[in-house]
Design a protein around this ligand. Sequence first.
Ligand code: UD1
Length: 364
Amino acid sequence: MDTTLTVLSVVGARPNFMKTAPVVAELNRRPDEFTSILVHTGQHYDEAMSQIFVEELGIGAPDHTLGVGSGSQAQQTARVMERLEQVLLKVAPDVVLVPGDVNSTLGASLVASKLEIPIGHIEAGLRSFDRSMPEEINRVVTDTLSELLFIHSPEAVDNLTREGIAADKIHMVGNTMIDTLVAMLPRIEALDMPGRMELERGSYVVVTLHRPALVDGPLLADAMLALEEVATKYTVIFPVHPRTRARLPDRPRVDRSVRLLDPMGYLEFMSLVLGAAGVVTDSGGIQEETTFLGIPCFTLRANTERPITCGLGTNKLLGLEPERITEVPALIAGARARSSTVPDLWDGAAAGRIVDVLSRLRAR
Ligand code: UD1
């Protein structure tokens, strides 16, 4: 008789892979206790947005792929729900693990909860308090439906407690995205992207912008103008998310001073960040990764669900105000003088702590 606990992990979009990979690896290291099943919803499907992460992070080919692709918020979530339900009925896992806050996370949580399968949420308790972001809705609903809330920063306890979530469901385990970074750091350093791209370390700024609030309207053009100004002082390297690429005006003028690249794999991107003078972003995960690496980060958002990266780390909120990008060269000079601290339990061992919590379920 199989006495292992079957843990089904759902990934779908780029940042999910880094958060889930170390947990899957840890489950696979303990085959006497666990059977690990991986489901890829296919929310992200381009090679550069998906397959490269699966390969680089050594997660192994998914056991099930759902091919949901792009669509409206509702279409994407609904497709995840319909297709994942079939898999959950067949596999009948003991636990479903979902990371982060993307639409795949939400769809998976709704389906698992209705089938009465306990949910473990990796990166629970983050709040931007901005419900115009789809991610905020995804987080709130997923946390409400989860049995195990794996958190990585102390303010998550307050956020969850305020929403009436019982303390015994909350587990401070640390940051699995940082587990991936710690595990990959030797490869990231050895890759030497600055050298390969003939960039002097500290002479360039890396940019990522992809959120609807910024790229779906006129702010994107303002941001490009401001980046051109930064490019008079630093080389500006901008790997462009497909959503952003579709909305960028065809302006060769921009190409001349701001280097627009295709999306990069995880190792290449982190190696580039490691040599950067600073990063301009609207990403969530990059605020954390730069905090860990001590690289100045300037976040082009009105709020962050990761305030610890501003309090302890290297992150500074610029607001949703693209013209403030022009301040970045001066801010980099100021940021160098400031010391930063890595938050507690962002230590490379979070996945082990998650799997220890799961092993207690086995004993029940
Ligand atoms: C999603 C997440 C966001 C996360 C981001 C990381 C939601 C609500 N948003 O946003 O939280 O920060 O992933 O990238 O889940 N596209 C491609 N190829 C792909 C994937 C997307 O061309 O492989 C294009 C399509 O035009 C698609 C658009 O990008 O319509 C947006 O993709 P989608 O998955 O809806 O959301 P992201 O903007 O990537």
